[in-house]
Unconditional design. Sequence first.
Length: 372
Amino acid sequence: DPYIDDPVRHPALKVNSQRPFNAEPPPELLTENYITPNPIFFTRNHLPVPNLDPETYRLHVVGPPGGQSLCLSLDDLYKFPRHEITVTLQCAGNRRSEMTQFKEVRGLEWNIGAISTARWAGARLCDVLAKAGHQLCETEAHVCFEGLDSDPTGTAYGASIPLARAMDPEAEVLLAYEMNGQPLPRDHGFPVRVVVPGVVGARHVKWLGKVSVEPEESYSHWQRRDYKGFSPSVDWDTVDFDSAPSIQELPVQSAITEPKDGETVQSGEVTIKGYAWSGGGRAVVRVDVSLDGGLTWHVAELDGEEQRPRKAWAWRLWQLQAPVPAGRKELNIVCKAVDDSYNVQPDTVAPIWNLRGVLSNAWHRVHVHVAP
Ligand code: MTE
Ligand code: MO
């Protein structure tokens, strides 16, 4: 059993798959804290968790022709300027179960919890690449990452991002060795992972073993044959993975974490809570909430966390206290977020449905009963 050595996990996690381990926190725990506690941070593993020794761990950074390749220990990484940022990480498959309800898709049945937020610390990727002699001359190049987790044939997890993002100090791409003030937990990439603010979870390669600059995107399955979006008309017989770009920045997203679907709420006043986030550093500027399925709207109160322009890497938590209209027996609660490019969420799943069930960001809907 290649999974025998996997770490012990928190019992509150909702498990979608045991081997490999995939799990999300329940909605009400997800927005209890702005920073997700490490033990309940969602986990998305494609392979068994490697057990790496921090003493012998080395990160290989391939240098350019005429430059120097680096073989970095953890202590070597600590010598680069330490950079710390709050970043929300979301899986492309978050909220996939809502797509499944519309029409079958292939993938793990994530509810709304394949998203979490942490304070990450590490070396900036641009500093490490510069030390190896890389420059931003090849504007079309890509930085490829390889994990130290692998399948029985020895194939490692891999992904890539454009070199332009990697070399941009303002993009704040990290080689992170700390998560919320602790060494990374094993499930989240101990001892080193990539953190790419504003970009889909799949590029945040865990258990990082190798970094190289290549003329093409990573040839990994997860870069080329997965994590891409398609028209609702495309099925598994007609899909051409080469025809679509790999997902990088994610679209605007929000969801309701309280109350839960099917719950009974008191008459009088109802409190609604949730999260909202957008990719690419775009800030969430507003969350609209409806109690009547989208006929009339209230504006939710956003938390006070500071959002830097074009570097809003972390989610906003929001809440709304609203009177329950007299005589109502049920409420169709809906939320939708707006980001600072005025991108909005689509109202239904149908026009964004895709065979892999990624990029699921339709208005989130929760149906509750009102206590008599
Ligand atoms: N890195 C490696 N090496 N192996 C993986 O399976 N999964 C990716 C990414 N990095 C993965 C990986 C995916 S799809 C996601 S969504 C995030 O890690 C999840 O990170 P988390 O488990 O820390 O939440
Ligand atoms: Mo993912």
